[in-house]
Design a protein around this ligand. Structure first.
Ligand code: CDP
Ligand code: MG
Length: 136
């Protein structure tokens, strides 16, 4: 029953720019996530390339890294019951056009690249991604 996990969430530049940070954080809180840590940062293209290196062979890799480093982002450690999967469900499909009603990407996503949020896709990646942004 009790399976408390942590996952990494990023509010991407398109959503920060449109002042959606508080709205998106409130969605997480309403959905029973705890925001264990959060900070607003502006990363370099090199840092974005390191973060997204699993996608380095993809045609969209360079644009993706340029985009994530194009403006401020908000990174968060979310904690809750089955947090990795629960956050993926709450985010919705990668392409906002395919995302279900009431998901963050359906509500706020503009396009497949400007899709407002990132979320870790596995417990292993969540650990790596949390370490990437919150090294203590
Ligand atoms: O973010 P998510 O895990 O849902 O998708 P992904 O397949 O891991 O891709 C990472 C990010 O690359 C997506 O969130 C999109 O912003 C971007 N992407 C893109 O620009 N064009 C694609 N055809 C696929 C993904
Ligand atoms: Mg992904």
């Amino acid at each position: 029953m009790n399976n408390i996990e942590q996952t990494l969430s990023i509010i991407k530049p398109d959503a920060v720019e449109r002042n959606l940070v508080e709205d998106i954080k409130n969605i997480f809180i309403k959905n029973k996530f705890k925001i264990k840590d959060t900070k607003k940062i502006h990363i370099t293209k090199e840092e974005a390339s390191e973060f997204y290196k699993v996608h380095q062979s993809k045609p969209f890799y360079s644009d993706l890294c340029a985009y994530l480093s194009s403006g401020p982002i908000v990174v968060m450690i979310l904690e809750g019951e089955n947090a990795v999967l629960a956050n993926r469900r709450l985010m919705g499909a990668t392409n906002p056009k395919d995302a279900k009603d009431n998901t963050i990407r359906k509500l706020y996503g503009i396009s497949i690249d400007k899709n407002s949020v990132h979320g870790s896709d596995s417990i292993d990646n969540a650990k790596k991604e949390i370490k990437f942004f919150f090294k203590n």
